[in-house]
Design a protein around this ligand. Sequence first.
Ligand code: SAH
Length: 261
Amino acid sequence: MGKVWFVGAGPGAPDLITVRGTRLLAEAGAILYTGSLVADTALQWAAAGCEIADSKSMDLEQVTDWLLTRAERHATVVRLQTGDPTLYGVLAELARPLDAAGVEVGIVPGVSSAMAAAAAAGECLTLPEVTQTVIFTRLGGRIPMPAGEALADLARHRCTLCIFLSIERIDAVAETLIGAGWAPDAPVVVVHKATWPGEELVQRGSLSDIAGRCRDAHIVRQAMILVSPALGARDAPGGATSKLYDAGFERRFRGKRAGDE
Ligand code: SAH
C-alpha cells in the first residue's frame, strides 16, 4: 500500500506551493486536485505518466475510493488542495476511511489565503500592544457555527479576524461587527483572488461602505475579508507601532549584555 499525502497548493500562484509539495507531486503516481488553478500547479510538477484527476464532480465517497484504489497501485498519491489543507476542507472526512483501511496519511502545509491576503494588502495581522490574536472564521451557512463562535461573539475580542467563505454576505459581516460595537469607520480589507496571476484585487473600505465597494468591484467570490485594529499600521501617524524595536526592549529581550539581568 502507498501513502496518501494531503498537500497544500497555496492560494493560487503556482510558485507558492512548498518545496516539499513539489517534490511529492513529482514523485506521485496519482494526483487528485480541486480547482482550476491547482490543476496548473499539479501539471507543472507531475511526472510523465502520472494519473491526474479533478475531484470537482466527485462526492466524498468517490474521492475516498479514488484515493484508496490509487494507493493500492502507487507508492505516493497526492490529494492537492487550495491554501492549507487543514483549513475549511474535508481532510478529516477523507483521512478517516484511509486510516481505517490502514493506508498511511501525511499532510504538507500550504500558504493559506489568509496569509496571502495579508501579504497582498501589505498588512500585518498582529501588532504589539494593538492585537496579538488572529481568528480564522467564517459566517455560518449550510454548516452552522458551533456555540460561542458566531461572528458577534468573536467580534468582542477586538482582535484580527480573517473571514473565509463569507464574501457573498459581506453586508451581514459588516452589520454584525458594527452591531458588536466596532466603529462604522473601522477599516476593512477584502482581497479577491490573492496571488492569482493577473487577477488579484485589493479592495479597501470601512465597515460602513465595504459591501457597496465590493459590489461595485464585482467581488462576489474567492475573497478574504480582513478586519483588524492592526490594519493600516504602516500609515499610522507617528506609528502606533511596535515596542519590539525600541532600544529598551532590545536590551532586555534580544542580546543580553554582561551586567544585564
Ligand atoms: N484551505 C483554504 C481555504 C479554503 S475555503 C486556505 O487555506 O486558504 C475557500 C475560501 O478561502 C474562499 O471562500 C475564500 O474566502 C478563501 N480563499 C481561497 N483562496 C483565496 C484567494 N486566492 N484569495 C482570497 N481568498 C481566498
